[in-house]
Ligand binder design. Structure first.
Ligand SMILES: Nc1ncnc2c1ncn2[C@@H]1O[C@H](COP(=O)(O)OP(=O)(O)OP(=O)(O)O)[C@@H](O)[C@H]1O
Length: 219
């Protein structure tokens, strides 16, 4: 791994937005890159209205806030993106993201968040210019197998994840991502993601074509 090459200064200020259906292998591909380049990347700490779980610390896993405080921040326009899941609110503030400098921010967000970010990023001062990256499975049948194989899902959570996957894949099919990486062979996908994340020469054109998906395979 080319850890001796520092990150390209031209990309440091561009948040890297990584999305892809649950089970597509985002963590598998990203984790070795974070290890190979310590101190290079940062994840913004989200705000949430959910209660802290045992061992969680305010300001470390999340900024834990009340619903009132959260909604005040929404009204103040502080969130680049926010959404409600399971009765709780979660969001990323512009401040949480800019506090990561000089590290490159990696955002692992859901489709709803991406849609908001696309609307708001250029309105910030200074404007944000994210790179939108989609990690695609080689096929929807393989996506299902990986989710099952991980052994972490109940039937219900599997269904939810596959429904979310459908929306994410349909969005990817509109061609709005800057780069697509197909996670077929982990090592090849890792090398491509490293090139994009570090901004190595040719990073803009090292992506793959989106596979031809048959959405019905998710049924
Ligand atoms: N290229 C690959 N080939 C085969 N199996 C893979 C590949 N990439 C990942 N996997 C396996 O697929 C499963 C899902 O991977 P992982 O947990 O990294 O997905 P994820 O996209 O980060 O999911 P989530 O969004 O739910 O966190 C894991 O069991 C992982 O070992």
């Amino acid at each position: 791994m080319s850890s001796e090459h520092p990150i390209n200064p031209d990309v440091v200020k561009r948040p890297l937005v990584i999305c892809g259906p649950s089970g597509t292998g985002k963590s598998t591909v990203l984790t070795p890159i974070l290890k190979a380049h310590p101190g290079t990347f940062g994840f913004s700490i989200s705000h949430t209205t959910r209660s802290p779980r045992a061992g969680e610390e305010n300001g470390r896993e999340y900024h834990f806030v009340t619903k009132d405080e959260f909604m005040k921040r929404v009204e103040n326009g502080e969130f680049l993106e926010w959404a409600q899941f399971g009765g709780n609110c979660y969001g990323t503030t512009f401040a949480a993201l800019s506090s990561l400098a000089p590290k490159r921010c990696i955002l692992d967000i859901e489709l709803q968040g991406i849609l908001q970010l696309r609307e708001k990023a250029h309105l910030q001062t200074p404007p944000l210019d994210p790179v939108y990256l989609f990690i695609a499975p080689p096929s929807l049948t393989i996506l299902k197998q990986r989710l099952k194989g991980r052994g972490t899902e109940t039937e219900e959570s599997m269904r939810k994840r596959l429904d979310a996957a459908r929306a994410e894949i349909e969005f990817a099919m509109t061609g709005k991502h800057d780069i697509v990486i197909v996670n077929d062979n982990v090592e090849e996908a890792r090398a491509k993601l490293e090139k994009v994340a570090m901004g190595y020469e040719g990073w803009q054109s090292c992506g793959d074509a989106l596979p031809e998906f048959n959405i019905k395979d998710l049924d």
